[in-house]
Design a protein around this ligand. Structure first.
Ligand code: C2E
Ligand code: MG
Ligand code: MG
Ligand code: MG
Length: 285
């Protein structure tokens, strides 16, 4: 199966609009059965300390292995799921699988790992807090070991629901992260009213951080803001040693990205954890 090393490979959309329409229609037709038939699966992207590459957690990323189309990225099918009104099925499934995975890791002694789950804008209206408590209880996971990532864009689109859900999650003890920070064109003042634990600097600002003084200025100010507010700051999409080095020097303590590894199956992630713990800091690319 292509899952092992191919899970970051995605279906490439041809520029032809008709092709794209056909693909989307196919996705729309096949998706409802896909969950039931076990075609969705999670990959894990490690979250590390930039200075010493110690792994502190992993972000769960959903993929769809379609028998006809191959492995499809969430960027393509999540919008379709939202349009079909199926997000209320997907998110509880992702939470359940991610926490089952975390249960396995904890049972094998990896008790410090935090797992992050992405949610959509429409989750903010529909029972997210209930889905979270259900999954935590089912797998006996302490709330502090779960992080929920909400994109800046989703927050802006629905400020009052977002504020309420984020507050409830934090009251439970679940960590809340703002994903894709800097891309939603939000006013920074919303950080005053939104209870969050961490912000994830979007890849857009990371990709040229080692060469662009503008991006350095932006990243520095996000780090300054984050630390003044007591938030964890995570850089997304770190691809090169030069970016890692620059981010570290700017005071960014945490990151994820292809420099460290492509996303992994749960077993591969555990192998990586074991490698680190025995001091065998093996790099996987
Ligand atoms: P995201 O949460 O911002 O996730 C980061 C995306 O960047 C992932 O793409 C990841 O594979 C990719 N990435 C990580 N490191 C690098 C790097 O160094 N370079 C580059 N070029 N890319 C990198 P992916 O898995 O295709 O996910 C896309 C988006 O789909 C995610 O963005 C997230 O917003 C959404 N998503 C993923 N899983 C779920 C889910 O279970 N539920 C919901 N609602 N959304 C999800
Ligand atoms: Mg994310
Ligand atoms: Mg992101
Ligand atoms: Mg992103």
């Amino acid at each position: 199966l292509a899952r092992r090393e191919g899970a970051d490979e995605v279906v490439v959309l041809t520029p032809k609009a008709t092709e794209r329409m056909r693909l989307l229609r196919h996705v729309e037709e096949m998706l409802p059965q896909a969950i039931a038939q076990g075609e969705l699966f999670l990959q894990y992207e490690p979250k590390l300390q930039l200075r010493d590459r110690r792994i502190i957690g992993a972000e769960a990323l959903v993929r769809w292995h379609s028998p006809t189309l191959g492995i499809i990225s969430p960027g393509l099918f999540i919008p379709v799921i939202e349009r079909l009104g199926l997000i209320g099925t997907l998110t509880p499934w992702v939470l359940d699988r991610a926490l089952a995975g975390l249960r396995t890791l904890r049972d094998r002694g990896h008790r410090e790992i935090v797992v992050a789950v992405n949610v959509s804008g429409s989750d903010l209206k529909n029972g997210l807090v209930h889905a979270v408590t259900t999954a935590l209880d089912r797998h006996g996971i302490p709330p502090q070991a779960l992080e929920i990532e909400i994109t800046e864009t989703a927050i802006i689109q629905d400020l009052s629901d977002a504020a309420q859900v984020m507050r409830s999650l934090r009251d439970l003890g679940v960590h809340v992260a703002i994903d894709d920070f800097g891309t939603g064109h939000a006013s920074l003042t919303y950080l005053r009213t939104f209870p969050v634990d961490s912000i994830k600097i979007d890849r857009l600002f990371v990709q040229s951080v080692d060469v662009s003084s503008v991006d350095q200025a932006i990243v520095s100010s996000v780090i300054a803001l984050g630390s003044a507010l007591g938030l964890m700051v995570v850089a997304e999409g770190v691809e090169t040693e030069s970016q890692r080095d620059k981010l570290s020097r700017l005071g960014c303590l945490h990151g994820q990205g292809y420099l460290f590894t492509r996303s992994l199956s749960l077993d591969q992630f555990e192998e990586m954890l074991k490698g680190r713990e025995t001091g065998n800091g093996r790099r996987e690319t």
